[in-house]
Design a protein around this ligand. Structure first.
Ligand SMILES: NC(=O)c1ccc[n+]([C@@H]2O[C@H](COP(=O)([O-])OP(=O)(O)OC[C@H]3O[C@@H](n4cnc5c(N)ncnc54)[C@H](OP(=O)(O)O)[C@@H]3O)[C@@H](O)[C@H]2O)c1
Length: 261
């Protein structure tokens, strides 16, 4: 079993939301392989149970709890269970999220509310379930899985882009408030990674990454205790350059390159 850089993960307790599939599951398996203990949260019990069984076979302590991240009380009860069974939570990875590909004309307020409730308030609830205890013991790290979609509006992604912009801003404010508390913040801005969220997408997905590649980059950024990390570098550079563009130029390029269907 490899234990990451300098045993960074060894015996750490890591809570991951949205751990039943995709990036969350990939992070769980990679962190377990590096010696971290896991508290896994999502709604699909059978998938979580299978992951827990797989990592326990590696000698890792792992517990799962089923909860909807929109339910603050249920998320807190899950975190309480992880603390009881595994010890204090060292790292939260707020990863649970859903995507969308609705054109503005078809985007209903109900669907927009669902995306924002899961992606934004779900992350808020997850932070609330661990932060008081982290501040109390003067130690911890909050990791947000935001997106390169946080930086500018993309076609057919109004609610998703708004949700990820909110997540990034929320965690940036937390990072500033939490200086001198011993609790650090890492915000991850991934580009396109092959998961259920991107599967079957008709639109162009430049620099689409294999799940394993994306997961290893996220794990390495946490090990390096980065404040923010955007990848892959090619797409992150394009996105950063687009932030300097005037709106008319950005609209022309964004409409021509409809990266999300
Ligand atoms: N894939 C990409 O290209 C990409 C790029 C940038 C950012 N991201 C972000 O990465 C995160 C993970 O996405 P993914 O690509 O791995 O998609 P995924 O395979 O669909 O995984 C999403 C995870 O979130 C969980 N989830 C969804 N709604 C939930 C809820 N209400 N309560 C609790 N858990 C919930 C799902 O579990 P249950 O259904 O079992 O609850 C699942 O484990 C998302 O925040 C996404 O925005 C993805």
């Amino acid at each position: 079993m490899s234990h990451g850089s300098d045993g960074f993960w060894t015996d750490k307790v890591v809570m991951i939301t949205g751990a039943s599939s995709g990036i969350g599951k990939g992070l769980a398996l990679e962190i377990a392989a590096r010696g971290g203990n896991l508290g896994l949260l999502a709604r699909r019990e059978d998938l979580l149970a299978a992951i827990v069984e797989e990592v326990r076979a590696l000698g890792i302590k792992a517990v799962f709890a089923t909860a909807d991240v929109r339910d603050a009380q249920a998320v807190r009860e899950a975190a309480d269970r992880f603390r009881r069974e595994l010890g204090p939570i060292d790292i939260l990875i707020a990863n649970a999220g859903i995507g969308t590909a609705d054109h503005a004309v078809r985007l209903t307020p109900e669907h927009a509310a669902k995306i924002i409730n899961i992606n934004v308030l779900g992350a808020v609830n997850s932070v609330a379930a661990v932060l008081p205890e982290m501040v109390e013991c003067g130690h911890g790290r909050l990791v947000a899985i935001s997106s390169l979609a946080a930086y500018r509006g993309l076609a057919k992604s109004a609610a998703y882009c708004a949700s990820k912009a909110a997540v990034s801003a929320y965690f940036e404010s937390l990072r500033i408030d939490l200086r001198h508390t011993g609790v650090a913040v890492t915000t991850i801005h991934p580009g396109f990674i092959k998961t259920a969220l991107t599967a079957g997408r008709a639109a162009k997905m430049p620099y689409l990454m294999e799940l394993d590649t994306g997961v290893k980059k996220i794990v390495a950024a946490i090990e390096k205790e980065k404040k923010t990390y955007a990848f892959p570098w090619q797409l992150a550079t394009i996105v950063r350059a687009s932030m300097l563009m005037p709106a008319a130029m950005y609209d022309w390029i964004a409409a021509r390159n409809s990266f999300r269907e």
